[in-house]
Write a protein that binds this ligand. Structure first.
Ligand code: AMP
Ligand code: MG
Length: 430
């Protein structure tokens, strides 16, 4: 039997980041970029109009210095010929020169000779609708050279690295990748996690358990926990405590990046999982951790040439034990496979003041379901009534697990405990 920290160290040592894959932008959301993205063009690729209005020559407008002191020149009315029109997508050769402007739409290239856009709202005397061949009267008291033009390369230049490997890809980063010409990105992939519930007593959720039967609650619970981590759960159903079905399910599960089994890892006559895993070629890294609940946990690795190893967890069958082991051991392993640090996969831990006395265990550290609450004076933790490793109802009322060190005896009201939080309380706790 090893300590929790030692088990976590061995897992971190064994887990390796999964090789990246090249995927379409829309399939990369939530993943970590694993290769820089370099722009293939300037952005904008040409000088772009940012308003609907008139592309003008600054020579027709008062110099900016004349406006600084708010002189009357700033309010001058400028009358120009509208020489042509340019909509987004038009690239016809047009030139602006003093006395002449081009009616232009947002997103169109700014014609040569133009060095500002005067917005349509600045057209006066009913000339806002002026099209090619007519005249427009413009009054723009805040006129500046370059106004409402996004210059070529203002945002980024061809050859510039716009996204560095390591960033998490959300919608804005993926939009930027598209702008820079990347239709695909090389990114981390969500680990695929096969899940097998073992036990001849187990029946699927839709079945009312007959005498001696137990519903498979671990299957959906573990699949949910896997999905919550951003990984992909592959539920493989129930395998009875018989060598052949177990062997077949394990063979299928070993094709995934991770295999979670629940049940069959304790010392009973029908706890066949460690033997079946060994027979399938899975190396045992550890079996049993000084922990309550969760002591029987088994961890191993299935190595094969030219592929990342499959990590294998034999989680205890009792549902709360299974979930506690998931929290402490599986989460960090998934984070590493997805290209993050082990710590990134761990739930946040906060110190909190005990609201009721609680007893630890003499030999093993305990994770006891509790409610963690932010009070004006700080965080408090209330131990919940809890019937032990099979009591999912007790766990379902908790928003955290309080850590009671081995041999701590009875902790009194007001003492400080550390709580592993299921919620992200980080903002409140700081
Ligand atoms: P085991 O670890 O196989 O000895 O199982 C310990 C306890 O957990 C037994 O009472 C099992 O019936 C129960 N158990 C095992 N697997 C599951 C499961 N998938 N869902 C709910 N309970 C389970
Ligand atoms: Mg069993």
């Amino acid at each position: 039997m090893i300590e929790i920290a030692e088990a976590q160290r061995l897992i971190a040592e064994t887990a390796v980041v999964l090789p990246p894959r090249r995927v379409r932008l829309e399939d990369a959301v939530g993943q970590q970029l694993r290769a820089d993205i370099v722009a293939d063009v300037d952005s904008p690729p040409w000088d772009r109009a940012m308003m609907d209005g008139f592309a003008v020559s600054a020579a027709d407008f008062p110099a900016p210095s004349a406006q600084a002191d708010d002189s009357t020149a700033a309010h001058e009315i400028v009358e120009l010929d509208v020489a042509a029109e340019r909509a987004a997508g038009d690239a016809a050769g047009l030139t602006v020169c003093p006395g002449r402007c081009v009616r232009i739409m947002t997103g169109a290239p700014v014609p040569p000779g133009a060095d500002a856009i005067v917005p349509i709202e600045r057209a006066i005397d009913g000339t806002a609708a002026a099209h090619a061949g007519s005249r427009v009267r413009l009054q723009d008291p805040r006129f500046r050279i370059g106004q409402h033009i996004a210059r070529q390369g203002d945002s980024f230049r061809a050859g510039q690295t716009v996204l560095r490997a390591g960033v998490r890809l959300a919608a804005p980063q993926l939009g930027l990748a598209a702008e820079a010409g990347a239709g695909h990105v090389v990114c981390s992939v969500p680990p695929r996690v096969a899940i097998i519930a073992t036990g001849s007593e187990l029946v699927p959720v839709g079945v009312v358990p007959a005498y001696g039967q137990t519903r498979n609650s671990n299957g959906p619970m573990l699949a949910a926990a896997v999905n919550e981590c951003g990984a992909e759960a592959l539920p493989l159903g129930i395998a009875g405590d018989k060598p052949e079905p177990l062997r077949a399910a394990i063979a299928q599960g070993l094709a995934a990046d991770m295999l979670l089994l629940s049940g069959g890892v304790s010392a009973g006559d029908y706890d066949l999982v460690p033997g079946a895993l060994a027979a399938a070629g899975v190396e045992c890294v550890f079996h049993k951790v000084r922990l309550k609940p969760g002591k029987p946990i088994w961890f191993g690795v299935f190595r094969r040439a030219a592929a990342a190893p499959t990590l294998v967890f034999g989680l205890p069958g009792n549902p709360v034990s299974s979930l506690v082991c998931f929290e402490l051991f599986v989460r960090p392993a998934l984070a590493i496979q997805a290209g993050q640090s082990a710590a990134a996969g761990q739930r946040p831990v906060f110190p909190a003041q005990l609201l009721a006395a609680v007893k630890g265990n003499a030999k093993r550290p305990v994770y006891h379901p509790c409610t963690l609450t932010q009070e004006p004076a700080g965080l408090t933790a209330e131990p919940l009534p809890w019937g032990g490793s099979a009591d999912l109802l007790g766990l379902s009322r908790a928003n955290g697990l309080m850590f009671l060190p081995a041999g701590c005896g009875e902790l009194a009201v007001g003492e400080t405990v550390t709580v592993l939080s299921f919620d992200s309380l980080s903002n409140q706790a700081e």
